[in-house]
Design a protein around this ligand. Sequence first.
Ligand code: GDP
Ligand code: GDP
Length: 457
Amino acid sequence: MKPQVIIIGRPNVGKSTLFNRLVGKKLALVDDQPGVTRDRRLGDAEIAGLQFTVVDTAGWEDDDDLTLPGRMRKQTEASLEGADAAMFVVDARAGLTPLDNEIARYLREYDVPIVLVANKAEGSSGESGVLESYSLGLGEPVPLSAEHGEGIADLFGSLWPIIGEKAEAAEAGAAAFAEANEDEDAPLGPLKLAIVGRPNAGKSTLINRMLGEDRLLTGPEAGITRDSISIDWQWNDPKSGETRDIRIIDTAGMRKKRNVTEKLEKLSVADARRAVDFAEVVVLLLDATQGLEHQDLKIASMVLEEGRALMIAINKWDIAEDASGLFNGIRAALDDGLAQVRGLPLFAVSAKTGKGIDAMLGAAFDLRESWSKRVPTAALNRWFDDALDANPPPAPGGRRIKLRYITQASTRPPRFVVFGTRLDDLPKSYERYLINGIRSKLGFDSVPIRVTLKSPK
Ligand code: GDP
Ligand code: GDP
């Protein structure tokens, strides 16, 4: 169950507007028709990944049988039941009224944590109202403008300590439920693997080798797209002794099947592109006798730009000359040539002898795991706070850049959103500092991650 947050306040302070803002849709009507008693409206709200149910009580005050304070009290009592937090909204432009003071007085009688919201605080005309609202004795007000969407991020800062834990538990519960009901395309299904590379790198030979005698071939099947071939097979992982499902896309077979006449070099990029659409993990196969060439980096960049997990295998290791020089050279060229990631998994293999293939496949499963991983918001922000402490953002021109928090917006590939203000002034070097921190401290080492900066507006 998601945490429930109730919006409370006297008429016209902007409760419905705030509700609409949080839910992101025009669910609650904003109207001034008196005498219409409406039901409580529930909506799914989200601020920066924090998910909760928001309850709009606007309209409850229109109950003819009671005086306005009486109606407010009734509204409050009823709605606070089962609530994890209440947002008490006041109008920063109009300033406090006796009714605000009265609501504040009886709100303090309840155990429910209160977040004081000073709405209509856009521009400067709300400043005195914001200051005045401290006198309610409900702590620091969050100034915001529901209508213009300003200050919503600060609301996160106030709500998170109250409902963050429950929200996260609900999210984990929902994820566990989804996982239990997942189909084979989801993370626990077969590993979707593509082998790409220049012509003659040994792709067909490698696939044939992998599907060899000790492996159970469950049948080539025409698949995913019109002109691709996928093969399901079971790999015996010698390390764990387990059998693991892999679905491999056979781009080489694809090419043979289509009987193409296009130039082979051009084709390997096109093949890779198609394979990338299908795959979770892409193995870029190099030829030990050729080394790393521009074309390889081009394919590698494309795979990373598409957000797929990438690993590199140097094939024909059985005939490699100066093996360790070659390996180290390719390692350095990859780190130089692919700024997006560091330390891509690099393997020496031989499709001919079978050397290194099991190690490569084991690593492919590990890589998929990082690529699919979600870091809980609390842990993410613990790391974030430490990273900011260790190396605070700069203050160009004496004006401090404020970074407030971070959330992981998605997985496969992992995407993160950093919220703050004056982000336009944040140097690229600081962005890289954060990205490197996410990689090395949160276990996304060689996975392509995305970080977006967002000013809450
Ligand atoms: P409710 O009765 O508390 O639900 O208030 P409403 O959401 O219906 O808003 C009352 C009036 O205040 C409407 O005319 C809104 O457009 C206006 N309003 C709401 N939020 C803001 C805000 O942030 N700034 C300004 N200037 N007006 C707002
Ligand atoms: P593809 O175009 O990438 O599918 O490459 P192929 O699988 O057709 O292989 C191209 C050539 O390299 C063939 O002559 C293979 O026999 C050879 N080859 C592939 N893998 C190896 C290997 O590991 N060692 C050696 N020595 N030759 C290999």
